[in-house]
Design a protein around this ligand. Structure first.
Ligand code: HEC
Ligand code: HEC
Ligand code: HEC
Length: 264
């Protein structure tokens, strides 16, 4: 986003003391209180999934609030419970190569995840200089940003390690699927009309550079095509106001950035 919130969004929208709306993001301990049931645990949680370095928790402990890092958080080595220990040393790592092999050399210290980091978290990002998100064309890589989300929201990601359902696509929208494998083929499909990379509806790539300007047959849908990672000004942490995205409104924005034919 240009000039506004950074790429991850902004915890401000859920932060206590600032008229928070807890449905707009991740309620991280120290910033917000824990959400009430059913949001006291991750929606779509599946226990004991495979995570980089080990196994995720068997169940989401009823006494645990989401933290920044560690087993109950997103950043760092999630096999280590203590948040600080889980990212220990990472800030001093030479992170010029993001290969996911250590916490320090993982995308934004998200252990095992690859990508290209925009230096200022997309402050003043442009269409040719943005975060480069790693995706996978066919639900099979553990190095993608969508896999990270799936570690806690397993039911929403159709990856064999995670347990998303194959039978019911709309349990949640498919991710880590490239336009090349859409039903009926890419050529002539509505997706073909999404051509210029949009900072409001970003796309993932197999080998992201952060300099992609075009969207094509190999571009990949990811959780962050629709959501921000931390919090946003919209319900469900979405990147845009879902209540204003409707079929036939003429604007190729939000869902209709990709489902372009439905904008007409
Ligand atoms: C370490 C576990 C964990 C990871 C990883 C994780 N989440 Fe969550 N998520 C939670 C928990 C816990 C909640 C429920 C509490 C809350 O909303 O803060 C939640 C809630 C949400 C919500 C609903 C927000 C609301 O209040 O309605 C969305 C949307 C979401 N997550 C998306 C994502 C996306 C996208 C990613 C990857 C960038 C992700 N999550 C990664 C634990 C996680
Ligand atoms: C194509 C857009 C899109 C993509 C991609 C997407 N989501 Fe969502 N997500 C939504 C919308 C829209 C909602 C709110 C409406 C609803 O609940 O269906 C939502 C709701 C959610 C919620 C809140 C559910 C609840 O019970 O309140 C979570 C958690 C979530 N998404 C996580 C994810 C994760 C994790 C991924 C990637 C594996 C993902 N989403 C990919 C559009 C998307
Ligand atoms: C980043 C591009 C992108 C965005 C944004 C996006 N979609 Fe999708 N959508 C896809 C792709 C790709 C598929 C998979 C099509 C396939 O498998 O044939 C899909 C599939 C679907 C399907 C299933 C259609 C079917 O026939 O299986 C529905 C419904 C859908 N999207 C609705 C939405 C809604 C609602 C939103 C906004 C909340 C949204 N999409 C945003 C790319 C996108």
């Amino acid at each position: 986003m240009v000039g506004g919130d950074l790429a991850g969004g902004n915890f401000y929208y859920v932060a206590d003391g600032y008229n928070p709306d807890y449905s707009k993001g991740h309620n991280v301990g120290g910033i917000s209180l824990r959400e009430l049931p059913p949001k006291d645990v991750p929606p779509g949680f599946i226990g004991s999934v495979i995570i980089p370095g080990g196994t995720g928790p068997f169940q989401w402990d009823q006494t645990k609030q989401l933290t920044c890092a560690g087993t109950w958080g997103c950043h760092g080595d999630r096999t280590i419970a203590d948040p600080l220990q889980s990212i220990s040393g990472a800030h001093h790592t030479d992170d010029s190569v993001i290969d996911g092999s250590t916490v320090g050399t993982s995308y934004r210290f998200l252990y095992g995840i690859k990508g290209k980091e925009h230096k200022t978290w997309e402050y003043q990002a442009t269409a040719n200089n943005h975060n480069g998100y790693k995706g996978d064309g066919n639900y099979s890589s553990m190095e993608t940003i969508s896999y990270l989300c799936g570690e806690c929201h397993g039911a929403y990601h159709l990856h064999q390690n995670l347990g998303g359902k194959t039978s019911d696509v709309w349990v949640r929208h498919p991710v880590d699927i490239s336009f090349s494998v859409v039903k009926g083929g890419y050529t002539g499909s509505e997706y073909q009309k999404y051509t210029n990379y949009s900072l409001d509806t970003p796309i993932a790539y197999i080998n992201p550079t952060g300099m992609e300007t075009t969207v094509d047959v190999n571009s990949i849908v990811m959780c962050l095509s629709c959501h921000r990672a931390h919090a946003s000004n919209y319900q469900s942490m979405l990147r845009w106001d879902y209540s204003k995205v409707f079929v036939g409104n003429g604007a190729q924005t939000g869902c209709l950035t990709c489902h372009a034919d439905k904008a007409k």
